[in-house]
Write a protein that binds this ligand. Structure first.
Ligand code: CA
Length: 765
């Protein structure tokens, strides 16, 4: 990776506007010369993975500026291998302050030149180099086509101690202005509008860590079950309805915006509402294009069907239009603005989760997302927003945050297969549960993907498919993974076509119940409910499912404050395989047979399987909050019995999930703390996490270990009787010294607790 001395001098010094064109050229050179094909230099040593590309800094380091006018201050420090805590202490003692982890084995560090020399001399330090201004710009901001006067909306990320007032003043002097600002323990954030000419001086500002285009998110019903998810069995068999659970929904608005006149299906269970997008108004009315969305998703989470026959006093919800957790409570954050956008989203997305956490919410549901980059690569990137929502879960490990995958699934090359790589941000985040959409089953509705309001996006066989005819099929529009750094997303899918939920005002959704002939037009059911579709609805239904899982963990499993990672692992470990899907064979098969895969993730949410409601299955779980340091291993033994009642051995399924430290936006890979799952079967056969997954070779370390995902799974099918050794290895834990994790296993056992008789509904008034 070569940067000419001229470029280096320009980028490292305070720039005047007339250098802009030259700098753009320099940045382009870095961009072009920087990325080497991943893996090329792997044999020579650890690479540095930046968003712009991967390289071995010892072989291919950018030329260091020799005539700096300013002290560089920000450096990259790479260690020789998996990071040990005492190495970080030694670097700190040499005068460096460490910030973000950058794979492999490197950190962003603030120090002076003398300290940099001391750090370079430490034995475990492999390489020290300047954190070049060019590294701080996402690819779209390095494009040579940018014009100096072009107005850009950006997210500016600073070091946590940065003086945001001073930076805002400097941005104003460069012709820009600040729209939103926020500050947390790891970073400062400004959302700004400024001319492109301001990029070079901002990129070389000592406090600026990262610059990225801001793409405003949109609600994800734009193309436009309890039964399929098995919520009904959880209600009936275990008596869990979401009682005592608080779910937060951040969305457009909520029905009338008045607690006294809210839709009867949610009235009385709203704990708190916030008007973040329109002063004093959190209603779901009067916003162009988006009104009605927030009410519909809130109903999917926890509506109780009061206007369709539900009786909450006696827990009668079956056969009604109730949501999945009909006894849960709601915190609502209205982010819709009067222009039909989502202008209430704060500069730090995590502020949404922090606010709701204070109100007791432990599930946070979000049915919206935005592009992750410019026209050349609009999807799949780990953005600043992704980092922020990952940080929200890192700060609050007993909260689970859910986001939609997005509705961007298309078949642009018209080969009959929905294209990969269309996940929105922050659905690209790693700690959260990212939800795609499968089909619901409503034979009475005959609409196909041909009538998609965006036009003829699909060819055969998608073109011929109906949207509501197969629970094991994907909604064609559901965004596909993987992420740009090779992680599996979505995590799970849930029904997202023609979902009935609450109607706000005269919102028509995809269809009214009257139009669909499900109710009398203009009658009470028609005015109370509406049909809507998208990954928005899938995420909301899954959030309701997460509330049921959390209630099961707290009341049946007696875990007082289950981690978000444990709820996620329980949902994933029971998810139903959907392959092969509805159409296609071999390369054209709708849903790959590999598990997980970037189409349906780990599969379709199945609450009955997740909670082991079938007679012969047992669920074993560990919420390890202490965690593991680099090099440590946790070992568990499971005994699988051969059941006399079963004809053949049944599968053993194990899922490991952990809430990882938030990644740097500049990092080319989002994984920070890398754990590995391993099982040794009674036969001596060895299995590694995700070895059956459709993941790229760059995500596999020597030995067959997954190096990208923070969810790892193993299915042994059939699993012969005997003792299985489950091992969780901490390969590299560069942040926080120890990495907590959740581990869930399901297999056949000889006895099952009669859950139904033991657990009566918790009545909360
Ligand atoms: Ca791993």
């Amino acid at each position: 990776m070569g940067m000419s001395p001229v470029c280096a001098r320009i980028t490292a010094s305070r720039l005047r506007l007339r250098y802009f064109a030259l700098l753009a050229l320099c940045l382009l050179l870095v961009a072009v010369a920087g990325p080497s094909a991943p893996g090329q230099a792997a044999a020579n040593g650890p690479l540095l993975h930046l968003r712009g590309g991967s390289f071995d800094p010892l072989l291919d380091a950018p030329a260091l500026p020799t005539a700096l006018s300013d002290e560089p201050q920000l450096y990259l420090v790479q260690f020789v291998g998996p990071v040990h805590a005492d190495w970080k202490v030694a670097v700190a003692q040499a005068g460096a302050q460490l910030y973000d982890y950058i794979p492999d084995y490197a950190f962003l560090a603030r120090m002076d030149r003398v300290a940099a020399q001391r750090v370079q001399a430490l034995a475990p330090v492999r390489w020290v180099g300047i954190y070049q201004p060019a590294y701080r710009l996402e690819a779209a901001l390095r494009a040579p086509t940018l014009q100096a006067g072009q107005q850009l909306t950006l997210t500016v990320e600073t070091l946590p101690a940065a003086d945001l007032d001073a930076l805002a003043a400097q941005i104003a002097s460069l012709g820009g202005h600040v729209q939103h600002r926020a500050h947390n323990t790891l970073a400062g954030y400004l959302r700004v509008v400024l001319p492109a000419a301001a990029l070079p001086p901002l990129a070389s500002h000592t406090a600026v860590r990262w610059l990225e285009s801001y793409h405003p998110p949109t609600v994800q019903n734009d193309v436009g079950g309890g039964q399929i998810m098995q919520a009904g069995r959880v209600w009936r068999d275990v008596g869990l309805y979401g009682s005592g659970q608080v779910v937060a929904v951040a969305d457009t608005g909520l029905d009338t915006g008045d607690p006294d006149t809210l839709h009867p299906d949610i009235r009385g269970r709203l704990l708190q509402a916030y008007a973040l997008g329109r002063p004093g108004d959190w209603s779901d009315l009067g916003m162009p294009r988006i009104s009605g969305h927030g009410t519909h998703v809130a109903g999917s989470v926890l509506g109780n069907g009061a206007l369709s026959g539900g009786v909450s006093d006696t827990f009668v919800y079956g056969g009604t239009y109730a949501g999945v957790a009909p006894a849960a409570s709601l915190v609502f954050q209205s982010i819709g603005d009067s222009g039909g956008g989502l202008g209430g989203i704060p500069a730090d997305y995590a502020d949404l989760m922090r606010q709701a956490y204070q109100d007791g919410a432990r599930i946070h549901s979000n049915s919206w997302g935005g592009l992750t980059g410019g026209a050349n690569n609009p999807y799949g990137a780990y953005t600043t927003a992704s980092r922020q929502v990952d940080q929200a879960m890192w700060e609050h490990p007993d909260m689970l945050v859910l986001y939609t995958a997005g509705n961007q699934g298309t078949d642009a090359d018209r080969d009959g297969v929905i294209d990969r790589d269309s996940i929105l941000s922050p659905g690209t985040a790693k700690n959260i549960l990212t939800v795609g959409a499968s089909e619901t089953v409503r034979p009475e509705i005959r609409t196909g993907y041909t009538s998609d309001r965006r036009g003829l996006l699909y060819t055969r066989p998608v073109f011929l498919d109906r949207m509501t005819d197969n629970a094991d099929g994907m909604a064609a529009f559901s965004s596909r993974g993987p992420t740009d750094d090779g992680r599996i997303k979505p995590d799970v899918v849930a029904p997202g076509t023609y979902i009935v939920s609450l109607r706000a005002g005269d919102n028509d959704g995809w269809s009214t119940l009257g139009e669909a002939e499900l109710a009398e037009a203009g009658g009470p059911l028609d005015t109370a409910y509406v049909l809507q579709g998208g990954t928005s609805m899938a995420a909301a239904l899954t959030a309701g499912g997460a509330a049921l899982v959390r209630e099961w963990l707290t009341r049946v499993q007696d875990i007082a404050a289950p981690s978000g990672a444990l709820i996620k692992a329980v949902l994933i470990n029971g998810a139903a395989q959907m392959a092969p899907g509805q159409y296609g064979t071999e390369q054209q098969q709708e849903i790959p047979t590999s598990q997980p895969n970037p189409v349906s993730g780990w599969g379709r949410v199945d609450l009955a399987a997740s909670l082991g409601l079938d007679d012969t299955r047992t669920i074993w779980l560990r919420d390890n909050l202490t965690g593991l340091a680099t090099g440590a291993t946790a070992t568990y033994t499971l005994t699988v019995a051969q059941l006399p009642t079963l004809q053949a051995a049944e599968p053993l399924r194990v899922t490991l999930a952990w809430t990882d430290y938030p990644a740097a936006a500049v990092a080319g890979r989002a994984l920070v703390n890398d754990l590995d799952l391993e099982i040794i079967a009674p036969t001596g056969q060895r299995y590694t996490g995700n070895q059956a997954a459709a993941i790229s070779s760059e995500c596999v370390r020597a030995g067959g270990w997954d190096a990208c995902n923070n969810v790892e799974g193993i299915v042994i099918d059939p699993a012969p009787a005997g003792d299985y050794s489950l091992r969780v290895h901490a390969y590299n834990v560069p942040q926080n010294e120890r990495q907590p994790f959740a581990l869930v296993a399901a297999w056949s056992a000889t006895s099952q607790i009669p859950l139904k008789s033991l657990y009566l509904p918790l009545i909360v008034r």
